[in-house]
Write a protein that binds this ligand. Sequence first.
Ligand SMILES: [Zn+2]
Length: 208
Amino acid sequence: MIDAAARAKRVLKDNQITDIPALALKDISKSEGIRFALNDYPMGLWDGTLLFKGDKRAILINTHKGNAGRHNFTFAHELGHYFLNHQPNFNHDGQPIIRCTASDIDNNQKTREVEANLFAVELLMPEDSFRLYMAGAPIDFELIGGLANRYMVSKHACSNHILGFTQAPCVIFGLMVSTLQVLLSLVQRGVSCVKWKYFLMAQQRIRL
Ligand SMILES: [Zn+2]
């Protein structure tokens, strides 16, 4: 598998991005000659598309679903496909494209989708600065909300990233009480060393 995070670090360095990378996505695209558009495509069952036309590229972001943080992640994910030199997997009206659905971005285990996500995570939340901002802080709603706001990403993406850095098993959840009870029940039965990757909707924290 390609070292996607290293590629993202390189892009950040080449573009001299040291502040909030999400604010630089459009400039990164322009510097590569990639045209882009963020539009509401209500009929589109996709979140992001990378179009190929000869040696030209374009990125479309479907803003119909999700929030700005989500759209930033999709944008970075499509840039990942571009910078990692992934090839088209779909043909739309004779035009080769890479088309990514929410499922592709959230859960897909295909190598190139995983690579594009790793690229997006490092591009938007660079490890070095991210670690600095989470150092010593408890994993709670305040931390996740603060970091998500700072890096202009969704709380879901942010909490996943935080869990990737944690050494101790922990649970982050924002689920219904009944689901919480199930999780606690699993923990009590010894199902503990698991990083539950879930988005946060309520101020809750558990350390196991
Ligand atoms: Zn994709």
